[in-house]
Design a protein around this ligand. Sequence first.
Ligand code: NAP
Length: 331
Amino acid sequence: MFDLSAYNTFNLTVFAKDGREICSKQDLKEPVSRPYIILGGGSDVLFTEDFDGTVLINRIKGIEVSKCSNGYKVRAGGGEILDELIDKLLDKGICGLENLSLIPGTVGAAPIQNVGAYGIEIGDFIESIEAVDLKDGSEHVLGKDECKFGYRTSLFKEPEFSSYFITHVTFVLPNCFKPKQNYAGLQSVEFKSPRQVRDRVIALRNEKLPNPAYVGNAGSFFKNPYVTTEIYEKLKAKYDNMPCWQQEDGSYKLAAGWLIDKSGCRGIKHGQVGTWGNQALVIVNLGCAKPHEITALAKYITAEVKEKFLIDLVPEVRLYGKNGEIAWDQI
Ligand code: NAP
């Protein structure tokens, strides 16, 4: 049995049949029998029970930096910690990723979810991704356009590509500092350096979000919902202070955290689990929660939001059961 306690930021006591740290492409030449799961920092996963297979943990390290015509090219190992990469790049005077500061997890996991924060998404800066297909050990390089980056999603979430183990990510980062500061907390501040943006983002996140080192959690549990103009207009007529952002295609993004809050679910506690008082979107393990307590609270929240707003929230966190990934409606 392989103890997964240190490999999931919910701090759940769960086990896999077997586990292996992957430190190079070479380590992927050995066959892996199904079922298997690929993990980075374990910061975006919920194990709903013990996993009856092998967990492959990405520990491929290394950062290579070179100049290119429009800035810098940075090739990083998939097992590098994203936040440490951002910090090291800023030390070298290379900016671009600072709004993603303090997002937990690894470089290899970040593109799968296309992690985003404070108005940027990691996919915006990716040139290519190197992956090994665990089905046959073949090596692949995918250009940005092939990765199908979308809101908290990418090609790597499609079942056909779930066997792709991301070994390296190559970023193209700009020559000059142009702060992106359209989010509250970053507006009306004069940032003289990307390091100042990073410090501000870290302060904002520390104010609002629980540190997984002390309180088990997997960041935003649900995705923000996107709704049609018709639904938006009905809701806006009823809740005129509802935060919303119109998208290029005419749809509206709503804030899942606000919907949860207004459904009476901010800061609630159900046994050993709850939602965070400063950000209702985060489900927390208050001590020694069991996986089923987390899924039960998540189902309760979705039912409350559905009843009040007629909106279906879906998890951003990926769910894994006995045989591998499971869909939300299978729970
Ligand atoms: P917040 O600022 O209270 O905002 C709530 C939601 O409104 C966010 O989810 C954000 O959507 C959206 N939003 C806020 N200002 C916006 C703007 N100017 N334009 C478009 N959308 C806007 O949220 P928060 O909890 O403090 O989080 C701040 C940022 O950190 C957000 O970008 C959030 O996604 C990110 N974050 C990520 C994680 C994670 O686990 N990946 C966890 C916590 C926070 P978006 O989510 O689309 O940005």
